[in-house]
Write a protein that binds this ligand. Structure first.
Ligand SMILES: C[S@@+](CC[C@H](N)C(=O)[O-])C[C@H]1O[C@@H](n2cnc3c(N)ncnc32)[C@H](O)[C@@H]1O
Length: 232
């Protein structure tokens, strides 16, 4: 049989059933390749040395993969952060382009520190804070949250969709280290984008090692906001 390989003719052949197998095979191999890429990316984000993580996040911020973070959509942690900031300090671990730092009610906090592994995200956050007239109270620092050392005490330490980029076995030691920079009555707040699947374990880790002050799970999206503090 002679095949005409023009695009339209190709579609006809695929529809015949006889040729559908190779088509499905190529679709399946594309999906498999994507799955492998995502798995590798997840491993790099959690386990790679800081310089490689930094490179990966810088590339993704530079190529526009994360422009979606530049405005808040859906459920946000703003209300909880404003409630517990108590006119004091906020430390935002994995702040990205700093969206919450320019959206919070300025009357609810006196200083804010955003930390992120990506220089590109940090530069973006700094520029946005200056444009929003918050250069005096907001500061940003490029660092791995696993090793960053705060220089003051905070009322709120926020992990907005960033805690699960830390390997599970490092979550508790990291949070315990940061606990020493919380003032009395202060809290951690974490946002986890979907606790119905693999990220349920991240939530379990937090709940089994800390006192939960508040927890909200959005029924439809399964997005979780948890407020917690060190056990007394
Ligand atoms: C999904 S984004 C969330 C950004 C921001 N918190 C928000 O809610 O818009 C995750 C952020 O965590 C940062 N990140 C991931 N691993 C990190 C690490 N080990 N140290 C510091 N930042 C990290 C990424 O660069 C990225 O900006």
């Amino acid at each position: 049989m002679a095949y005409n390989l023009r695009r339209g003719a190709n579609l006809t052949i695929i529809d015949s059933g006889e040729m559908s197998e190779p088509f499905h095979n190529s679709e399946a191999s594309t999906r498999l390749a994507q799955k492998i890429r995502n798995t590798l990316r997840g491993l790099v984000q959690r386990y790679a040395p800081p310089s490689i993580k930094r490179h990966l996040w810088n590339r993704e911020f530079s190529t526009g993969r994360w422009t979606c973070l530049e405005r808040t959509v859906g459920e946000s942690v703003h209300l909880q952060v404003e409630k517990y900031a108590n006119q004091g300090g906020i430390l935002d671990l994995g702040c990205g382009p700093g969206t919450i730092s320019v959206e919070l009610n300025p009357e609810t906090y006196s200083f804010y520190t955003g930390v992120d592994i990506s220089d590109v995200a940090i530069q973006k956050a700094r520029t946005r804070a200056l444009e929003a007239g918050r250069g005096d109270r907001n500061e940003y620092c490029q660092s791995d949250i696993l090793t960053y050392t705060p220089t003051r005490q905070y009322n709120v330490i926020l992990c907005g969709d960033s805690i699960y980029y830390v390997a599970n076995r490092q979550i508790v030691p990291m949070l315990c280290r940061y606990s020493t920079y919380l003032t009395k009555q202060s809290v951690f707040i974490a946002r986890i984008f979907d606790v119905s699947g693999k990220l349920r374990h991240t939530l379990d880790i937090v709940e089994s090692h800390f006192d939960v002050v508040e927890k909200h799970i959005h029924e439809q999206t399964q997005m979780c906001i948890i407020v917690f503090r060190p056990r007394t």
